[in-house]
Design a protein around this ligand. Structure first.
Ligand code: GLN
Ligand code: ZN
Length: 773
């Protein structure tokens, strides 16, 4: 048969997060290593079986990981920094988990929503986002004199394990060039890519062993091929794959690219001496013509046509219209998901509470396997051979396209009526700030926090009791009011100038709003790995977004009633809500974002009408939404900034708009940060020792700014002295009149024991520096 159904990777967490549960039990000492390995083996067996049962012919192995596939690669090639070496042999679980999360005595992974963790005796490796997904990988750390040796046989072992269960799999490994491009070195100016010659023999060794174990194909992931690359980086691909072609005979490599178009790297990719090439035709359907035109006849193409990054059913007939001519023109072809299914939830069948009509529009990883199998069969045996499945699919696609659930005429009319003035504050900042100062009467260097206060075990317990129905609404409400009141009073006591209510009523900064907006749905088991054992359930934006009722006004009103000091209204911005959700794919993302912007705008105005003098609109994920290619940045930034402005700009001059952003490397996008025109921006800077402020200095940023002086990612309590030093540094760079004093981010992951002294010190530091002005 000319067309084959292939998969690139399957979620490893298990349908009910079995891996998370086992790994955390192991960390806490509740289960031993044998029990953990047993669970992992069981999950792998079930995953292979699931794919086989669905009719997938090319099934991956080595897509399983206890924490992260990039960390697995570091261990595989022996890139283990000396810090971790005394903890055990290179392939021991102790070393592995120490690299993943540091060593520490307390159990559980506590971290900020964007993925920082607390440090222990031996710190964890740095973690960052995997391309433009919300998956985080452990950044490989290499040194100029780095040597590599094959240090883990996991890929081989799991191939053999699958074989014993009757599955002839295609092992997956991360390619050497992408691996080094993701790596970092502590030595400034050192380019990890220069280590390629030393790394290749390890790959040759591994690939040879895989071949000896019986593998005929290996999937080698090189997603870096969809990034902007320079000539040297492109040349590295030619060198690496040239070496593989020379040194390996008979083993076929499927070079997998995904998350975008090969673009100007296409010629490089097509010239590599590999047996197969996988391309992402969901993100970049337009590249098919160039790929087909340029691919030599014996290059096996793997067409990624099922969206591995989203949860919508594919339109199978439309895909077949595109694929049939290709299949009849090329002898052999693989049909695959666009990328690993790692980024999709496991199984839609576990959803019992979704609106059945909407559920019919969805496909999670398991259902995507069925889609691949159906497409493949239709291509090989004709559409009639899968007529029922195609008809069901067509009915679901038509139902979604015509459903009133996705379209709200009022929202559309309103959006059509949006004009540029709605995204513009009435006056320029210099005017506004005068009105705000008169209204707020704050001291110089005003102190504030980013919003959340500790989500203690008691808060979480009360929330889950309420979710289960064990605590009634009135009881839960009373509990939350109590927490809020105590937090407000405490802030007042220690002398914070601008208060927050603490966000105790919020499970998550996106979910909380999604649950109150129309057009959003929430799954029960739609978990996706975010990093390590941490899984998230992104909201599903399926329809036009509107706000049936005010969302935060009552809590704000209550909190403000407890104090005469300004209480910030606290909202999540539209871009962040969008970037942390599964977004409908039947209209441009920016359109969906504008709808969210209008809904949040109404909330801003309601808060103002209720008396809020300050409203903070968090855009934690604005920067991380940047596209992979520079050429696409400006378009994204333009609409993202416009959406923020649309949200913020309805208020009077005297109402002060704050925003908060987490990662604060703004050098390249400072124009857009300026264009947001927030009256006050709070950012994460403490660990950079205020160096990240340079972007604002260079730009001559005119508005106010709160550079974080307290690293909330660490349980360490910063002293008054060190925060004073940071403030003095900041005031040397910017005018003291512009500065606010605040922590780097929200305090929800911290304990009160840490937060109390840290904030007291912060207020003292502000007072001390104020006295010198
Ligand atoms: N207001 C939010 C909080 O304090 C902001 C969190 C974030 O930016 N990640 O929790
Ligand atoms: Zn933050």
């Amino acid at each position: 048969m000319p067309v084959t159904a292939a998969n690139l990777g399957f979620p490893r967490i298990g349908p009910r997060r079995e891996l998370k549960i086992a790994v955390e039990a192991y960390w806490a000492g509740r289960i031993d290593k044998a029990a953990l390995l047993d669970t992992a083996r069981g999950l792998r067996a079930a995953t292979w079986e699931r794919q086989k049962a669905a009719g997938i012919q090319v099934i991956p192995s080595n897509d399983f990981s206890f924490y992260d596939q990039v960390l697995d690669t570091s261990v595989m090639v022996g890139a283990i920094p000396s810090l971790y070496r005394p903890l055990g042999t290179a392939d021991s679980l102790d070393v592995y988990f120490a690299m993943a999360r540091g060593t520490r005595t307390d159990a559980g992974d506590e971290s900020c929503s964007h993925g920082h963790r607390r440090q222990g005796d031996v710190p964890a490796q740095e973690m960052t986002k995997w391309f433009d997904t919300n998956y985080h990988y452990m950044v490989p750390e290499v040194s100029p004199n780095q040597s590599f040796q094959l240090s883990s046989h996991k890929a081989i072992d799991q191939f053999v394990e699958a074989k014993a269960l009757g599955h002839h799999t295609r092992p997956v490994i991360l390619g050497p060039v992408t691996y080094l491009l993701l790596a970092k070195s502590k030595v400034e100016g050192f380019d990890p890519l220069s280590l390629l010659p030393g790394l290749l023999p390890v790959y040759v060794d591994l690939l040879t062993r895989l071949q000896n174990a019986g593998a005929d194909w290996v999937q080698i992931d090189e997603p870096a091929l969809v990034l902007d690359l320079d000539d040297a980086q492109r040349a590295a691909f030619a060198i690496a794959y040239g070496v593989f072609a020379d040194r390996l005979t008979g083993l076929k490599l499927m070079l997998a690219t995904y998350f975008g178009s090969l673009g100007d790297n296409l010629a490089t990719a097509l010239a590599l001496p590999v047996a197969g090439l996988h391309v992402d035709l969901v993100r970049a359907p337009e590249q098919i013509d160039a790929v087909l035109a340029g691919a030599r006849a014996n290059l096996l193409l793997s067409l990624g046509v099922i969206d591995g990054r989203n949860i919508w059913k594919a339109d199978l007939n439309a895909l077949l219209d595109r694929l049939e001519p290709i299949a009849s023109a090329r002898r052999k072809l693989l049909i695959a998901p666009s990328c690993s299914l790692l980024h999709a939830p496991v199984d839609l069948d576990l959803e019992t509470r979704l609106d059945p009509r909407m559920k019919g529009w969805l496909a999670f990883a398991t259902q995507k396997l069925d889609e691949l199998a159906t497409l493949t069969r239709a291509l090989n045996e004709g559409r009639d051979s899968v007529r029922d499945a195609l008809n069901r699919n067509a009915a679901a696609v038509a139902d979604r396209a015509g459903s009133p659930l996705t379209r709200n005429p009022e929202v559309r009319d309103r959006l059509a009526g949006v004009d540029a003035t709605m995204a513009k504050r009435r006056s320029a900042f210099v005017e506004r700030i005068k009105a705000q100062q008169a209204h707020l009467a704050l001291p110089p260097l005003p102190t504030t926090t980013i919003g959340s206060f500790p989500q203690t075990p008691e808060v979480r317990k009360a929330r889950s009791a309420h979710d289960r129905g064990d605590l009634d609404d009135a009881g839960y409400e009373a509990f939350l009011r109590d927490e809020t009141a105590r937090t407000v009073r405490w802030q007042e006591e220690i002398g914070i100038d601008v208060l927050v209510h603490g966000e105790f009523e919020r499970n998550d900064m996106v979910q909380y709003f999604g649950e109150k907006l129309s057009g959003f749905a929430f799954s029960r088991a739609g978990w996706v790995q975010s990093y390590g054992s941490r899984c998230v359930r992104p909201p599903i934006i399926y329809g036009d977004v509107s706000r049936p009722a005010a969302m935060t006004v009552e809590w704000w009103r209550y909190a403000q009633s407890l104090t005469a000091r300004p209480m910030k209204g606290m909202l999540t911005g539209p871009v962040t809500i969008l970037n942390w959700s599964f977004v409908r794919d039947d209209q441009p993302r920016e359109e969906t974002c504008r709808q969210i912007a209008l809904a949040i705008r109404d909330e801003v105005l309601d808060l103002e009408a209720a008396g809020a003098r300050i409203v903070q609109i968090d855009e934690a994920a604005l920067r991380e939404g940047l596209p992979l290619r520079r050429a696409d940045w400006q378009h994204y930034l333009d609409w993202a900034v416009e959406c923020f402005r649309l949200t913020a700009a309805g208020v009077a001059d005297a109402t002060q708009i704050h925003t908060h952003m987490c990662y604060s490397e703004f050098n390249e996008i400072i124009d857009s940060i300026g264009a947001m025109d927030a009256d006050v921006i709070s950012i994460e800077t403490s660990r950079s020792k205020m160096e990240l402020l340079d972007a604002f200095v260079g730009y001559a940023y005119p508005n106010e700014i709160g550079p974080g002086v307290y690293d909330i990612h660490s349980p360490r309590i910063p002293s008054t002295q060190e925060m004073e030093t940071l403030l003095i540094k900041a005031s040397a760079r910017l005018s003291p009149a512009q500065l606010w004093v605040n922590p780097d981010c929200g305090l929800k992951t911290r304990r009160w024991e840490d937060v109390r002294p840290a904030l007291i010190n912060m207020v003292d530091a502000a007072r001390a520096v104020r006295a010198t002005l």
